[in-house]
Design a binder for this molecule. Structure first.
Ligand code: HGY
Ligand code: MN
Ligand code: MN
Length: 416
């Protein structure tokens, strides 16, 4: 019976649209920064959907939400999920797809009256984006022990708010402890957020792992001075040093070649006035690579180059690591099952690494983990025009359903 089971694509896309109304931006896109009122409203909506589906809802000590559908045994659950927080210029699908497709799997099993040996759980992890509070994957990283809870609760956001206080303010500091989530396996459906699947005309990505991530915030201290009277040789221009670091980041990526990427996402100078030599400058540099040694080389080049630029200009510098995660490989057995089910549906499938960070990378060290990608139109994400077509969403969710059904059975291929 379950061989012909399919998700209800219309129900899934209408839930995606409904969640997308929460934090909707004029002109399209979504802004649900972690632990803001919009994130709270999204959480409340998600919990109400979980309850409607008969899930047992729990919240952990850093606000991760987990809804569990009982199995016929006390075996550990098959965990699905992702995140519902977004960046400030987010789309409808980044994160939300993985959480709502998990709910859709549950709804489909409920409608068909199918019971599974393993329980099935769906999670929405706190602050996957790291855009308001760094680092990213904070909720999943804390739950799995990769990030220390007390330090994370004290993190100060870009707006000065403290994470723990915001958790209390929105009423999502739960009591499920760190380490309580011990799934038999973790599967995350996510948009690719890059150009590969669309360019190659392939429906499904069987994700092999996640590349390493290095986030650094540089603060440069110079001397503000008059733009007209100060000879160039006498300047200590913090803004100029920040600009040199930004150019260096791009040079590092160009010299190293793909898959090395480098991004200066935040850049600010103070006092930021047309006729004042900048006194201070802050910028962030995001470096990523699939190979840990290559990432370390890029980091070394960046820090050495930044220090040299600071010394040439007679400025001072502080560098703060905002996030640092090594590359992660997913369980090849689980990746094979994703590919198998995609092919069983007659879908094209490509094994590929993830350029973006995901909650799945935090579960890979503790249980068999894999991800399913669906295409992103024009490779766009972290952009209000992020888009994945309904049929592509449906295909991905059906591969998720089929893989979960197999993993949740008594004779799961993982022996889970
Ligand atoms: O930065 C990332 O890769 C993810 O969107 N948090
Ligand atoms: Mn995401
Ligand atoms: Mn994202």
């Amino acid at each position: 019976m379950s061989a012909n089971l399919r998700i209800d694509g219309r129900r899934l896309t209408s839930r995606l649209a409904a969640l997308g109304e929460i934090g909707a931006l004029d002109g399209g896109g979504v802004k649900r920064l972690a632990l803001t009122d919009a994130d709270k409203a999204g959480r409340d909506r998600l919990v109400s959907w979980m309850r409607e589906l008969g899930l047992t809802v729990e919240v952990d000590v850093i606000g991760n939400i987990i809804g569990t559908r009982a199995g016929t045994s006390a075996a550990p659950p098959i965990l699905l999920g992702s995140h519902i927080d977004t960046v400030a210029t987010g789309g409808l699908y980044d994160g939300a797809l993985g959480v709502l497709a998990g709910l859709e799997v549950v709804a489909t099993l409920n409608d068909a009256g199918i019971e599974t040996h393993h329980p099935i759980a769906v999670a929405a992890f706190t602050n996957e984006e790291g855009a308001r509070f760094a680092p990213d994957m904070m909720g999943s990283g804390t739950q799995t022990g990769a990030l220390p809870l007390e330090d994370m609760l004290r993190v100060k956001g870009i707006d000065g708010a403290r994470l723990g206080e915001e958790l209390d303010r929105i009423g999502y500091r739960g009591d499920l402890p760190v380490g309580a989530m011990k799934p038999a396996a973790f599967l995350e459906l996510h948009i690719e957020q890059g150009p590969v699947l669309e360019k190659e005309g392939i429906a499904i990505g069987a994700v092999t792992g996640v590349q390493g991530i290095s986030w650094t915030e540089f603060t440069i201290e110079g001397v503000s001075n008059h733009a007209g009277t100060t000879p160039m040789a006498m300047r200590h221009d913090a803004g100029f040093v920040a600009a040199e670091i930004a150019v260096l980041a791009r040079e590092i990526a160009r010299e190293a070649g793909p898959p090395q990427v480098a991004t200066v996402g935040a850049f600010a100078v103070e006092p930021g006035l047309v006729n004042v030599v900048p006194e201070t400058a802050t910028l962030t540099v995001d470096l990523r690579h699939t190979d840990e040694n290559a990432l370390r080389r890029a980091e070394r080049r960046l820090h050495e180059g930044a220090q040299a630029a600071v010394e040439r200009e007679g400025c001072a510098m502080a560098a703060r690591s905002l996030a640092r995660f090594e590359p992660v490989a997913f369980d090849p057995r689980l990746v094979d099952r994703v590919a198998f089910h995609a092919e069983a549906f007659g879908l094209g499938v490509k094994r590929m690494p993830s350029g973006a960070g995901h909650d799945a990378q935090m579960f890979a060290p503790i249980c068999p983990t894999a991800m399913i990608f669906v295409p992103s139109r024009n490779g766009l994400s972290h952009n209000i025009n992020e888009y994945t077509a309904p049929d592509e969403i449906e295909a991905g969710a059906n591969v998720l359903l089929a893989t979960v059904l197999e993993l949740a059975s008594a004779d799961s291929p993982l022996g889970a």
